[in-house]
Design a protein around this ligand. Structure first.
Ligand SMILES: [Zn+2]
Length: 58
């Protein structure tokens, strides 16, 4: 069982989604995506928390 996330669930008009084995791994992947494609977002602990709430079990 792993974790998945998609930008659509965050209300973004972005078709990106990802899955990973662990929450930490998925968070890392997601932050890489945010850095490149959602430059309006500030990467901080608050954002990390939000990302984790958007994760779903696969
Ligand atoms: Zn995105």
């Amino acid at each position: 069982m792993g974790k998945s996330i998609s930008c659509k669930d965050a209300g973004k008009t972005c078709g990106w989604s990802a899955t990973a084995g662990t929450e930490d791994e998925l968070l890392k992947i997601t932050l890489e995506h945010v850095k490149e494609h959602h430059t309006e977002l500030t990467i901080n602990s608050e954002l990390s928390k939000t990302i984790k709430t958007l994760m779903k079990d696969t």
